[in-house]
Design a protein around this ligand. Sequence first.
Ligand code: FAD
Ligand code: NAP
Length: 334
Amino acid sequence: MLNNHDLSRCNTFGLPCVAQTLFKFEQVSQLPELSTAINEFAQHRVLGGGSNVIVPPNLPGLTIQVANKGIRLLREHDNFWLIEACAGEVWHDFVAYTLEQGWYGLENLALIPGTVGAAPVQNIGAYGLELDQRVHSVLAWNLLEGELHEFSAEECEFSYRDSMFKRAKSGTWLIVAVRFKLPRAWQPLLQYPDLRDHASLQAAPTAKAIFDAVCEVRRTKLPDPTKVGNAGSFFKNPVVLAEQFELLRSQHPNVVAYAQADGKYKVAAGWLIDQAGWKGRAAGAVSMHPRQALVMTNCGGAVLEDVLNLAQQIQVDVQQKFGVQLEQEPVLYA
Ligand code: FAD
Ligand code: NAP
């Protein structure tokens, strides 16, 4: 265990942060030891790549950094490959590896920062693919009870940027590995305009071509967190009832929104923030990105207070202008 460990480079927003004690989790044999160790601290939490967290200057108690590695083909079924990846694998590297092996189906989720173990927590999604469409099961250690569980995709209660892991009391679950069901009969997913209209994807695109296109588009549109601190989309796209959407559309005919299978509407939070005048606007040492209004960036030297202040100003303004409540996507560590 490491005391007073600097985590400023372990959160992509680049906020200053010192963990009171850090435990690096590298293998399954450490799990019982971990469940004992947490009893010595008043609080504990799990950290992956730090790309979806907002951190305070001091993190009291125990911080568990997930770093276990390994990828294996568990079974070849008639219809799918069953692949297991350890939680500490880097997500993008894992996606690239699956494609090299000819196991297609994760290419739309290329270049999402972070680890495999965090991917089920908010059911990561991009370009028309949500993680739950590819999850077979999740192996998770209950840190409080000291037991390993395997949850089917259904038991994970996945929904839009959410799962039972995200809703559970912080520090309950440590995801150890994720099992993926990758289809042998692969179909490209090209409904998002940036892929549908991409020059390289017009005739019978391969999974590798989609992977490359996603990487290219993302590099063009999004700030690189190794250069400009950020935690990706700062707010979730609000999903509203049809009646609320009709009212919104009657007042703002150009509102960008997408009908959902359950009759609700997913409103583009980036559009709301842009229309409210926050795109490219700075406050303190943070600003909303000039190309992607949904991404808050660190202009240099930002602290937690800057982040929370700007987030709150935007939430209040969007609520007043559009009657829509924006929910923060990154997890705020206490
Ligand atoms: P962390 O930030 O370390 O943790 C996030 C949460 O997961 C915390 O609550 C943590 O406690 C928990 N957690 C982490 N690992 C485990 C584990 N092994 N067991 C239990 N709990 C755990 N997200 C998308 O959905 N789609 C995108 O397209 C996308 N693009 C992004 C682009 C950029 C530039 C950035 C910076 C972020 C983006 N994100 C996106 C958000 C982020 O990359 C994902 O949420 C990612 O899965 C977070 O992984 P992480 O390892 O960094 O998790
Ligand atoms: P975009 O393609 O400009 O789309 C803007 C918004 O509209 C997105 O939020 C997306 O919702 C939604 N959308 C677009 N086409 C859609 C369709 N055909 N059906 C349903 N919804 C549609 O978005 P972008 O900013 O360039 O990002 C591209 C993708 O990367 C998106 O999927 C986005 O979620 C993902 N991304 C996520 C993060 C993060 O931190 N969570 C950061 C960067 C990028 P969805 O968000 O539901 O896809």
